[in-house]
Each structure stands twice: as C-alpha cells, then as structure tokens.
Design a protein around this ligand. Structure first.
Ligand code: TXA
Ligand code: MG
Length: 344
C-alpha cells in the first residue's frame, strides 16, 4: 500500500484525510500527546484495519476521539456529574475518561466491554480532522503494538509506512507521553494509566483517586497495564532509590560489568551526565528532572534512538513519581518489564 504523507497544517490536507476516514481508511494524525492511528469509530470494518496495521490484539480497547461535547451522546450512555466537571476543566487535553458506552459504538472498539474510553485532544489538526470527518475517531497510538509510542512523524513512518493510507505530519508532539486514562465507572475513580494530566490535579478536583497499576498487583483492567509494554528491543535496566549518589554508583558498576561484550545506551537527566562518559556507551540527556515536561517530551524518541543503534542494554534513572513524573516512571517501568532495580 502507498502511504501518503502530507503537512497537517494545510486545510487541503485535512480535507483529504477526512475523506480517507469517511471512506473507511486509516489516517495517522498528531495529537498533543503522541500520534494516533485513526479510523471512523462507527465503522467496524475500518476499526478492524487498525488492529491489523498495528498487530494489536483484539482484547485491547481503543480510545474514541471527539472534537466537541455535542457528539458525546452517541459515544457514552450517560455523563455523570464528575465527568462533566473533568470535561470542563481538562478538555481539550490529555485526559481520557472511561464511561458506560452508547449503543452506536461497535464492540470491536471497546473489545467487547460495556465501557468506552473517550477524549478530546488538544491539537488543532486533530480537532479539524475529527470535525471535518463528522464522526468520532477511534485511535490508538500510531506505533506497532508494544513498541514505544510515536512522538514524531518519522516514528509513525518507521512502524506503519506502507500499512496505512494517510499520515498527517504535525511535527513533534508537545506532551510526549499518552493521555491519563481515568475510570469513572468505579468509586473512587481510578487512574488506569498515568499520563499528561497529573494524579495531583485530578485529586484536587475529585477528592479521592486511586492509581491502579500492574505494579500493585491489581487485576488487569486496562491492557496498558500489561507488564511489558512500551518496550524497545534492548533490555531496559531501570535504577531507583533514595540516595542519588548511591544509585549512580550502582549504575556505573553495572555498566562496567556489562560493557565488555555489549552495546550500552544510557538515558539520564542532564544533571547526571557528568557521571558517564562515551567510554561507558552512548550517553543521552533527557532534559532535567527539574523540568519533567521536557523529559516526558523526549522519552520515547530517546528510547527509539538508542534502540535503532542496536543497543543491548539501556540504562535509565527512575524519576520522582510526582506530576508528569509518574507517567514517565510508568513508561520506563513497563519498558523494563516491570523490574525496578532499587538501590538502598
Ligand atoms: O494520548 C493518548 O491516549 C493516545 C492518543 C493517540 O490519543 N492514544 C493512546 O491509545 O495512547 P492506546 O490505544 O495506545 O492506549 C489506550 C489505553 C490502553 O491502555 C487501553 O487498554 C485503555 O486505554 N482503554 C481503552 N478503552 C478502555 C476501556 N473501555 N476500559 C479500560 N481501559 C481502556
Ligand atoms: Mg499505545
């Protein structure tokens, strides 16, 4: 299949992309978090193509993207008060709400669940596309299943070029990690996947919020909670602990042991770069932990860069689990196969 790649800013491109969606095809488009791979959410055959292109298992439900709240009654069966307050506060933005689904949404979108995940992205091209298509758009991240999400058009082309109809090139995505998935069908509401909207800001609005994650051994409610996810081919070794110097020291020791027979990539914040040299492996700064938004923005691209070098190991330092740091930690933790190396 020939994949057409066009500039997301041009009005004409949006029209073409909307025609593809209405015709039952697949369009990759930028959002504020990561690129999405979209299809008409009301068209079963079109949605089925998403699972094939991504090599995604059918049990993993998709997020439905909307451009206005008027369309919500055809996506969800009811909007509880808490949902309305969250919509008013955070949409458009990186917050996905899990609510009871409307009959119009086919089961293939929700993997047979009675709930549906819905969000309004904060990206002009994405909103223009959804409006122009005139239908809600079902879209997972536009990567091959299990691989780090795409934050640049090159990532989409690498994973899905030749497998989808159309790509809207919108440059680098602003947030860099996916949306927060919040389940509002339980009490208290539960974060199924930490993301662009922080736990703290949700707690301020809702009072109590729980964080459900594979780490805590809870039941798998969201496949985003699978133990190994967002994983590059290299083995990710994630180090954490209270005393930064000790953690760094342990990382250096492990690097010294492993570097003889293997290629090593090192992903640390700028403030720790001086502890590592080119002789250890390739060292890439992720921005500073003091500006975690920047770390989030660069995370997946950095993982992909190291992986494309054919590194055997990627060493990473765990960030504090505050604000968007929780989402960064979550992605690194899953990339490591849920194994944090804790240094006392
Ligand atoms: O930022 C994002 O959320 C991006 C952009 C493209 O919008 N999308 C994205 O989609 O990350 P995806 O498919 O890669 O991740 C969606 C997550 C998965 O972990 C899925 O299991 C969960 O949302 N999910 C979807 N529907 C659900 C439902 N009804 N109940 C529980 N979890 C659900
Ligand atoms: Mg994904």
């Amino acid at each position: 299949m020939q994949t057409q790649i066009v500039n997301a800013d041009a009005r004409e491109s949006i029209k073409q992309a909307a025609d593809v969606i209405r015709g039952g095809g697949l369009v990759a488009f930028p959002t504020e978090t990561v690129y999405g791979l979209g299809a008409d959410a009301t068209n079963k055959a079109a949605v089925a193509k998403i699972f094939v292109a991504k090599n995604r298992p059918a049990f993993d439900p998709l997020i439905v993207h909307v451009a206005n709240t008027e369309i919500l009654p055809s996506v969800v069966s009811a909007i509880p008060g808490a949902a309305q307050s969250l919509i008013d506060a955070f949409w458009p933005g990186p917050l996905t709400l899990v609510l009871r689904k409307a009959a119009e949404i086919p089961g293939i979108v929700t993997a047979g669940l009675h709930t549906v995940a819905v969000r309004m992205p904060q990206n002009d091209s994405a909103l223009a596309l959804i409006k122009e298509a005139g239908v809600p758009i079902a879209a997972p991240s536009a990567n091959s299943f299990g691989y780090p999400s795409p934050t640049r058009v090159e990532h989409v082309i690498a994973d899905l070029g030749g497998k989808i109809d159309f790509i809207l090139d919108g440059g680098v995505t602003r947030v860099g990690v996916e949306s927060t998935v919040l389940d509002l069908t339980c009490s208290p509401p539960s974060i199924l996947r930490p993301g662009g909207v922080s736990r703290e800001s949700l707690a301020r609005m809702l009072g109590k919020v729980s964080v459900s994650s594979a780490e805590e051994g809870r039941i798998l409610k969201s496949p985003g909670q699978m133990k190994q996810h967002y994983a590059p081919r290299a083995k990710v070794l994630l180090f954490g602990g209270k005393h930064r110097e000790k953690v760094i020291q342990t990382m250096r020791e492990r690097i010294a042991e492993l570097k003889k027979g293997s290629r090593i990539g090192i992903m640390v914040p700028e403030e720790e770069l001086t502890h590592f040299t080119d002789a250890d492996g390739i060292v890439l700064g992720l921005g500073s932990f003091a500006t975690m938004e920047q770390v989030a923005r660069e995370l997946f691209a950095t993982m992909r860069t190291l992986d494309s070098r054919g590194d055997n190991y990627i060493f990473a330092l765990a960030p504090p689990k505050e604000g968007i740091g929780l989402a960064v930690f979550d992605r690194l933790f899953k990339a490591s196969g849920s194994q944090l190396i804790e240094v006392d």
